[in-house]
Design a protein around this ligand. Sequence first.
Ligand SMILES: CC(C)(COP(=O)(O)OP(=O)(O)OC[C@H]1O[C@@H](n2cnc3c(N)ncnc32)[C@H](O)[C@@H]1OP(=O)(O)O)[C@@H](O)C(=O)NCCC(=O)NCCS
Length: 170
Amino acid sequence: MSRIRQAVPEDGKALTRLARETYVAAFGHSFTPADLAAHLERHLSTSNVDGWIARDTVLLAEAEDRLVGFVQFGPAGPAMELRRLYVLAGCQGCGIGSRLLRAALAHPDMAGADRIVLDVWERNHGARRLYERYGFQVVGRRSFAVASGAASDDDLIMQRLACQNSDLAQ
Ligand SMILES: CC(C)(COP(=O)(O)OP(=O)(O)OC[C@H]1O[C@@H](n2cnc3c(N)ncnc32)[C@H](O)[C@@H]1OP(=O)(O)O)[C@@H](O)C(=O)NCCC(=O)NCCS
């Protein structure tokens, strides 16, 4: 059984390891090794992750004192943005991602938001299904550039409006 708690600065190193491991497991195959290394260096360094904890809200799922998943959210202009949601590959499919998403949506900053936005890779059908179940709808797309400039698929932009919050999966 996992528990969910808010990340504190002391979690920076362990969260960096988790963020890198889950990102590589989920998306590593879609990069060249050089692009993947550049992406990890640019977006998933310890100083990046320390910044998430300082500026955003990060909720951690912990099982037997080990981090198994996290969700990160924060402001994006007048909206709130769900920036990341990841669960260790070996722990997926057991409800941890749904619990993290529900905990994020119940957080006062998110529950009080008129609009919540997120980006999801268009071919990530599992995550799209999960977000749709919690009231997110596709409203746009943007291209996702890798360091070498190689073409890749688009990200979809999904949003959830406060007026869509009723009748959602529990
Ligand atoms: C998306 C993710 C956080 C869901 O966490 P989880 O603990 O597996 O989710 P739950 O067990 O609560 O719910 C399962 C739902 O998640 C989605 N899902 C399951 N496995 C998935 C996978 N490998 N990748 C993406 N989504 C997945 C499905 O919608 C699934 O529902 P379904 O079984 O009815 O189709 C997790 O699978 C993950 O970390 N995936 C890789 C990273 C990722 O895609 N993050 C989202 C980036 S925008």
